[in-house]
Design a protein around this ligand. Structure first.
Ligand SMILES: Cc1ncc(COP(=O)(O)O)c(C=O)c1O
Length: 378
């Protein structure tokens, strides 16, 4: 940077040893081209984004109204305890206020959990083939991360339990798993928890929990009383609020207390807290979301099968397809983008031969299937 105005000028690169070694090793995030730019470059009229597991129904109207109302108060800081939203969540889950943390997205709570509980020689275990945000956060703290391969696209809880040692402090599980959409069931979870020593904190990321719709096989963490489990959920997916940034954590009051000590005091924002409070009451939007997801998922499953594209059964709002080679992933991705459709190649998740499709609204799903049909016919 060259400063050309001012009393003092100093022109040099900041010293490299300013950056700790574990931060030097971080690979910069490479975002895809923004849809608007691609749209212009390729002359596409309408761009369909099925790449980020967002809710394609658009924002809930009740939330828009709540944001409008809360905007009258943006000259004020949010109330530090986030009490109204936390109380509503506590009531929803039949726990105490002290068992609820809120943050700017569940990823913020994940970051604060890592900062609160991990240091030095502590070690972390998770799967190779789960939410990359977790890898980034752990690596950013310079904490040793063990990644256990998925088994048939699912968390291998046996292998994870076998890998726990005296330095293991945290195990991260994602259920349903992003990007595979698979779950581990109640029996697998209970067997696993019986093997996890008390000194290990299990982070159970249930960002897609709503889409499991009370499936009897799904181990809803809030139906257990496990004090070494921290549950993470979010308003970004089923609630249609990814851009607002609100998530929450549910767990033992000691865990929540330390997470709250680490967290930035004023997150989430005034508008985000009001939006999440309104979203919690909006049953109609949630019902519509789950209905759209079920119809869309069935449609995609049927058509992927018809086209002979290998897929993995999903409990979430996305579906993983296996294309057999990295080249096929690259060419399919390119061809879809040229048709104005974005889905997610999964190299960064450790699944280089796979792609992930978010369930859209019917017309988006139909356009995707038509595009795949054309691409795979050639
Ligand atoms: C498994 C999982 N956890 C956490 C997140 C982050 O969600 P949030 O928007 O609440 O930060 C995502 C987002 O894609 C996710 O897939």
């Amino acid at each position: 940077m060259i400063i050309t105005r001012g009393i003092m000028t100093r022109v040099h690169n900041p010293p490299k040893d300013l950056v700790p070694p574990h931060v030097q090793k971080l690979v910069p995030y490479k975002p895809g081209k923004p849809p608007a730019e691609l749209q212009k470059e390729l002359g596409i009229e309408e761009f369909i984004n099925l790449a980020s597991n967002e809710n394609s129904l658009g924002p809930p109207q009740t939330v828009l109204a709540a944001i409008q109302e809360a905007s009258q108060r943006i000259h004020r800081y949010p109330e530090v305890g986030g009490l109204k939203l936390r109380q509503a969540l506590a009531e929803r889950y039949n726990v105490k206020l002290e068992n609820v943390a809120i943050g700017s997205g569940s990823e913020s709570i994940l970051a604060n959990t890592i900062r609160a509980f991990l240091h030095g020689d502590d070690e972390v275990i998770t799967a190779d083939g789960t939410f990359i945000g977790f890898y980034v956060l752990v690596n950013a703290q310079g904490i040793k991360l063990h990644k256990i391969p998925l088994k048939n696209y699912r968390f291998d809880l046996d292998a994870i339990a076998n890998a726990i040692n005296e330095r293991t402090k945290v195990v991260y599980l994602c259920n349903p798993n992003n990007p595979t959409g698979t779950i581990f069931d109640r029996e697998e979870f209970e067997t696993f928890m019986n093997r996890v020593p008390e000194h290990v904190l299990v982070i159970l990321d249930e960002a897609y929990y709503e889409f499991t719709k009370g499936d009897q096989d799904f181990p809803n963490s809030m139906q257990y009383r496990l004090d070494n489990v921290l549950t993470l959920r979010t308003f970004s997916k089923a609630y249609g609020m990814a851009g607002v940034r609100v998530g929450y954590g549910l767990g033992h009051e000691m865990l929540i207390d330390y997470i709250n000590r680490i967290k930035l005091p004023f997150e989430p924002s005034v508008m985000a807290q009001a939006a999440a409070y309104a979203a919690l009451q909006d049953k109609e939007y949630m019902d519509r979301t789950l209905e759209n997801n079920q119809v869309g998922m069935e449609y995609l499953e049927k058509n992927l099968d018809r086209l002979g594209i290998k897929r993995v059964n999903s409990w979430a709002n996305f579906i993983l397809i296996e294309l057999g080679s990295e080249e096929k992933v690259a060419s399919t991705n390119d061809a879809l983008l040229r048709k104005g459709i974005a889905i997610r190649p999964l190299t960064a998740f450790g699944l280089a031969t796979c792609m992930r499709i978010t369930v859209g609204i019917p017309q988006e799903n139909e356009k995707l299937v038509a595009a795949l049909e054309e691409i795979f016919a050639n």
